[in-house]
Write a protein that binds this ligand. Structure first.
Ligand SMILES: *Cc1c(COP(=O)(O)O)cnc(C)c1O
Ligand code: SF4
Length: 345
């Protein structure tokens, strides 16, 4: 077993383990974890400085998860867009291939929260290969995003098998990997992994830093190795109330990422997922932050602010021309021209 697999086995899964270091009431957190499982890698747990800080809030269960009135467990309606179980095909030329079935740390704000730690997240080897067959049969697909779950939790030889098959499909021009492991399990970014990834250019990896406290020497080393292996790094941040919803915090994060050769790509507005309502900000918060930082920060440091429209109608860039109305019910215009209401409170 590799070192990272061994350390992953020591992840915290019972809120009682939090009491080793912090003075917290365990029973209510256990109640939450029964509904939405907890998993925190040792490395990520060690980044917590105090209960309620920006790292804590991202990974420790919160009672508000159980009382959130948000309606939909699957607002993006990914089920409807799945021609085969391992594929989500929403845009003509690019697909998500759900290659990973688990994560090193379960983010409390995750859009796929309802599936984390459940068997419904598992994609079998056969389903995965049926997904690759689908890509091979659809010549309009030029860009395959490995997603999940976290694809880098696959073992090197499984990942190699997927990349070999995809690279043999003539119309697939590039592969992207979505992985939070540089943030939550940097020890996974081994020399062997980098040697493997180096063989499959052009390979893009979008990772997921949300707070400058996550920019540790270990995370920096992981990013550095990936870039040195020719992988192009981008970052997706989720705008989270009480975690990173200020211009000062995001400026530090995005400048810090550029120093690591990671280009900020998207700032995601929170999806309407049940159990995550306490993280949601208003759209005005994100717009205000970007407006404040445009100028003081280089365009290199500024991501696109996007919202995933409910019902699987795609990402809407939050630009003046797409915002028809703000207020308690925002009215947005999707790229196709369709107007969409979005609860904004
Ligand atoms: C976000 C997303 C993509 C990729 O979109 P880009 O804007 O190209 O990064 C592809 N498929 C689905 C279903 C997505 O949600
Ligand atoms: S790493 Fe991504 S998929 Fe996994 S729990 Fe976090 S947000 Fe969800």
């Amino acid at each position: 077993m590799e070192v990272w697999q061994h350390t992953l086995r020591q992840a915290l899964v019972d809120p009682a383990e939090l009491a080793e270091r912090f003075d917290v009431a365990v029973a209510p957190l256990q109640e939450v974890a029964q509904r939405y499982p907890m998993r925190i890698s040792r490395y990520y747990f060690d980044l917590i400085e105090a209960p309620g800080d920006a790292v804590w809030r991202q990974c420790v269960p919160d009672l508000r998860e159980l009382t959130d009135p948000t309606l939909s467990p699957d607002p993006l309606d990914e089920g409807r867009l799945s021609p085969v179980p391992a594929v989500v095909h929403r845009y003509p030329d690019r697909v998500l291939l759900l290659a990973g079935s688990d994560c090193a740390t379960y983010c409390r704000f995750c859009t796929r929260k309802r599936k984390l730690g459940c068997s419904s997240m598992k994609v079998s080897e056969a389903e995965l290969h049926a997904g690759i067959d689908y890509v091979a049969d659809h010549s309009e697909v030029r860009d395959v995003l490995l997603s999940g779950g976290d694809p880098l939790l696959l073992e090197d030889d499984q990942l190699e098998a997927i990349l070999l098959r995809l690279s043999a499909i003539p119309h697939v021009e590039m592969v992207r990997i979505g992985s939070r492991l540089p943030v939550t399990l940097p020890e996974r970014i081994t020399d062997n992994l980098c040697k493997l990834l180096r063989r499959f250019p052009p390979l893009y990896l979008n990772t997921h830093f949300n707070h400058p406290r996550e920019l540790t020497p270990q995370a920096a080393a992981a990013c550095n190795k990936l870039v040195d292996a020719g992988v192009v790094l981008g970052n997706q941040t989720v705008l989270l109330r009480g975690v990173n919803d200020s211009a000062v915090t995001l400026a530090r994060l995005w400048r810090g990422l550029l120093r690591l050769r990671v280009r900020p790509y998207y700032l995601h507005h929170m999806d309407l997922v049940r159990g995550t309502g306490h993280f949601r900000t208003r759209i005005e918060t994100g717009l205000g932050i970007l407006q404040e930082l445009r100028g003081p920060l280089s365009g290199m440091a500024l991501p696109h602010y996007v919202i995933d429209s409910p019902g699987g109608r795609g990402k809407i860039p939050l630009l003046p021309e797409s915002i028809l109305r703000l207020g308690e019910q925002a009215l947005l215009r999707a790229p196709g021209g369709e107007t969409i209401e979005f609860p904004n409170h």
